[in-house]
Write a protein that binds this ligand. Sequence first.
Ligand code: ATP
Ligand code: MG
Length: 407
Amino acid sequence: MIKAQRGTKDIIGLDTLTWQKIQQNAQDIFQNANYKEIRTPIFEATELFKRGVGDSTDIVNKEMYTFCVGGKDKNESSITLRPENTAGVVRAYIEHNISRQSPPQKFWYFGPMFRYERPQAGRQRQFHQIGIELFGIENSSADAEAILMAQEFLKSLGLDDLEVELNTLGCPKCRENYRNSIKEVLKPYLKDLCEDCKIRYEKNPLRMLDCKDENCQKIFEQDEIKKVILNDFICDECSQHFDEVQKYLKALNIKYTRNKMLVRGLDYYNRTVFEIKSSSLGSQSAVCGGGRYDGLVEMLGGTATPAVGWAMGVERLFELIKKVENKKLEYYVVSKYPEEAIKLCQKIRQKGISCDFDMQNRKFAKQLEKAAKIANYAIILGEDEIEKGFYTIKNLSDGTQEQKNEI
Ligand code: ATP
Ligand code: MG
């Protein structure tokens, strides 16, 4: 027997109702705030992610589903299942000249992402993300709005007690000093760091702070190193921008904590970064991650455009929220005349009212039994009813019956 692939899941039965609710709430909340949905392809040129996510990230180095199809020049046809959606949205933004429209341009998306990871609780190989991307605004109001959207969406699902962690990475200019200080203080420990951090040390030292290796984290916890990490390195402009973000959040009554160790997994972030976490999720506690990425559009070949966005893991969200319960059908037609039954169903369904009938033309009692399980009312359509043109409606919760000429 062939089974589903490791790290993938079928979404079936009642679970689909909760998934529908998540998607519906996203649509309602984002459209209400002037975000347009965007649906980009599930695979893109490998190069897009190498450049757009960054080749010092775990995603690009270890987690991509990359393959070659057709063509003689394999590099040219190397494609990758999207591990995240910002790169694809930015590609579309550039390709369709969206920057010509007046800013801001605001997008939301929902869809599957693919990462070759070790499957465990909260970590799959095919998983889903909901996200937003907001282009064209450098002002901190955009950072605040992005965080607000995440919060409002979570709130709509009954989640209003999650922890928002906030940090700023500064701009490439001020980050340079920070990188150098971190490299300097960690130099004596280089040999003790994990293999990944040895590479990060050269390529993208800040990413070391995001390392999940316990030993590395212990090294970073030492006083002399912590002092450098926690030192305020950001320039005046970035500092002012970050102050304003915080002012907005206070005005919006959004609670957050500053986490100076928060650097996020992707290479392209600058200034504001944030994560939203839930302690009830165990070790995979991040539900949402995002930040500002002012350099990405230009880096991928567009005109320089400031941008901010986030992505939320839908499977982790699903774990946290109250599940939607099954709703009964309004009517179930109970009849020994299947042609009449299907015709009546057609009529009722056309009015937008839920209805079903017995396709196996089973015994009357069996049909009634089924009706009681899945519907609020049974419509009994016997010989008498058909001949005289009325319906007998049985209330399946209290057993009462009445006759009606119309449904
Ligand atoms: P983590 O540190 O947990 O690996 P990440 O930094 O790789 O997270 P992002 O790329 O920021 O995650 O993705 C945003 C969100 O998508 C995460 O906060 C999480 O909720 C979800 N997510 C990421 N990877 C997976 C996965 N393999 N399975 C399920 N959800 C995931
Ligand atoms: Mg990850």
